[in-house]
Design a protein around this ligand. Structure first.
Ligand SMILES: Nc1ncnc2c1ncn2[C@@H]1O[C@H](COP(=O)(O)OP(=O)(O)OP(=O)(O)O)[C@@H](O)[C@H]1O
Ligand SMILES: [Mg+2]
Length: 234
């Protein structure tokens, strides 16, 4: 297997936080490699560092020590501009509480990442395309009828599907999801999981954090975080 088969490679990752006088080593030497097209679930107790790890993978946070490489490129060596581009183009993020903007319509929320990656003139040239891609995504996610609604008019499951649409807008190389079903009842959560399974079948690489073992079972591989490390043999 060649090196480039790994879309994401993490070596010796450490991250600590200060808690009063003490420092807590949340991540204490995490090694992890994710292959192109994999669907990986990260599980672990509350406070075990799942979100911390996911944020570092998506360059929303930086490690104290260790290397994260994406398609062979070290994130730690990227400048601010490159990192912004990485976050906008390469990664799609899905959060437990959706983080949609209530002032914007569902359609606008979905195409926002395309707008953010363009200059004013660039946007003028590409907005028709962006809007039509956003509509297409909403169609695939069963939200065509909801395009002009505001997020607060949607159910939890519909909001999460809109958030998935936004995450997919710029055709990310990897989808990172932090407890995407954590705020939903189990039937609605299963619907969201079906969306992920379908995306993965079509080739989308996914790393999903969940504390729900039943949800994790749907992924191709389960990784357990405990005591700041990946639990071996799990
Ligand atoms: N910005 C921060 N400042 C200080 N401590 C933090 C910060 N972010 C996280 N922590 C601490 O690091 C530990 C790991 O947090 P993290 O959010 O990664 O856990 P988690 O596994 O995602 O938990 P949960 O399942 O509850 O979401 C926790 O003890 C948390 O309090
Ligand atoms: Mg968390």
């Amino acid at each position: 297997m060649s090196k480039s088969d790994f879309i994401l490679k993490v070596e010796g990752l450490c991250r600590s936080y200060r808690m009063g006088e003490a420092r807590v080593n949340v991540l204490a030497g995490v090694d992890l490699a994710v292959r192109q097209g994999e669907f990986v679930a990260i599980v672990g107790a509350s406070g075990s560092g799942k979100s911390t790890l996911l944020h570092i993978l998506g360059a929303l946070d930086k490690p104290d020590k260790g290397v994260v490489s994406f398609e062979g490129r070290d994130l730690g060596r990227m400048g601010q501009r490159e990192l912004n581009k990485f976050r906008n183009k390469m990664v799609g993020f899905v959060f437990q509480f959706y983080h949609l903007l209530d002032e914007l319509s569902v359609l606008e929320n979905v195409f926002l990442p395309a707008m953010a990656s363009k200059s004013v003139f660039g946007w003028l040239g590409s907005r028709r395309w962006a809007k039509s891609r956003a509509r297409e995504l909403l169609g695939e996610l069963g939200l065509s009828e909801r395009a002009n609604h505001k997020p607060y008019q949607l159910s939890g499951g519909e909001r999460q599907r809109a958030a998935i649409g936004r995450a997919l807008m710029n055709e990310p190389r990897i989808l990172l999801a932090d407890e995407p079903t954590g705020n939903l009842d189990s039937a609605t959560g299963n619907g969201i999981l079906k969306v992920f399974e379908k995306l993965n079948k079509a080739g989308q690489t996914i790393v999903m954090v969940t504390h729900d073992e039943r949800i994790a079972q749907k992924a191709g591989r389960i990784i357990t975080l405990a005591d700041g490390k990946i639990k071996q043999g799990a």
